[in-house]
Design a protein around this ligand. Structure first.
Ligand SMILES: [Zn+2]
Length: 309
């Protein structure tokens, strides 16, 4: 069975102000890597646009209305100091979410064993009622709920190794015992949430914060001691990865020191979990990663490992 790659050129048209780290060159860098001959076995598909009904699985009507009508005819419309929309943003946002949903459909129907969704903007900071931190709709969360509704998935897990805490995903699933959310992230750092004592209403939120300067050893320890045992006990029937690569040592937004070997390792660990309880089903959704060389190396490691599944 194959690994599916989901992307769409319209995701380049979400423009951000000059100097903004979340820029379309990120996807160009990924395209270049995954265009290499050794990735020719990937099945490639274009991300469809999500419907607003799909978005409503995780977001309030107020938030959907805000995004739906906010894109400017020219220039930028600011949602907050870091988060803005350009004329092409709405389509990119909907394809980013729709790509995650399409990837979930593919692994749930058996069309693919696992999938990587190389779209932007990212999603894990988007809360039920609040877009923030470069994020508009929570792609990973929506794909998770979609899979539960459409395919009757009882237990799903979202594992987030982006260097920032996925406050949005935690917010959406805080009181939902059917979804486990696990995160490693640098703390303190934006957005400020993610302490180990934030556990959700049903103890299904698993936060393993790391400190500035931490590298491979501490990252792997957090997985081996905290996250992997909890995932094994939970036995998810579907595993979603919020795949941010900004914990790479080259990344300008944070101070962890991971490299390609760490992303290879964590991907393999998560594939072992998925093999044990989820029939190997993994949907990996791009979140952060802002140094183009670090991002390229990390995505190479991550997708190469997914393809071995
Ligand atoms: Zn991040």
């Amino acid at each position: 069975m194959t690994t599916l790659l989901v992307s769409h050129p319209a995701c380049l048209d979400h423009e951000t102000p000059f100097g903004h780290p979340e820029r379309s060159d990120r996807l160009r860098a990924i395209d270049k890597v995954l265009g290499a001959e050794r990735f020719s076995a990937l099945t490639r598909t274009l991300a469809p646009e999500a419907t607003f009904d799909m978005v409503a699985l995780c977001h309030s009507e107020h938030e959907i209305g805000e995004i739906r009508h906010r894109a400017p005819k020219e220039g930028y419309a600011y949602i907050d100091a870091d988060t803005s929309m350009s004329p092409g943003s709405l389509e990119a946002i909907l394809r980013s979410t729709g790509g995650a949903v399409a990837a979930a459909d593919a692994v749930m129907t058996g069309a693919a064993r696992n999938a990587f969704v190389a779209t932007r903007p990212p999603g894990h900071h988007a809360e039920i009622g609040k877009p923030m931190g470069f994020c508009f709709f929570n792609n990973a969360a929506i794909a998770t709920r979609h899979s539960q509704r459409k395919y009757g998935i009882g237990r799903a897990a979202i594992v987030d190794f982006d260097v920032h805490h996925g406050n949005g995903t935690q917010d959406i699933f805080w009181a939902d015992k059917t979804v486990m959310y696990c995160s490693t992230h640098q703390m303190p750092l934006f957005p400020g949430t993610g302490a180990a004592n934030e556990r959700g209403d049903h103890n299904t939120i698993v936060n393993a914060p790391l400190r500035a300067g931490d590298s491979s050893a501490q990252f792997r320890e957090a997985f081996e001691n905290t996250i992997l045992p909890r995932l094994r006990d939970f036995a998810p029937e579907l595993l979603i990865i919020s795949a941010g690569f900004d914990a790479h040592y080259r990344d300008p937004l944070a101070n962890l020191a991971l490299d390609g070997a760490d992303y290879r390792w964590v991907t393999q660990q998560l594939m072992d979990i998925a093999d044990a309880s989820a029939g190997g089903r993994i949907v990996s959704v791009l979140e952060g990663g802002y140094d183009l060389q670090g991002l390229s190396e990390s995505v190479d490691a991550h997708v190469t490992t997914l393809m071995k599944g």
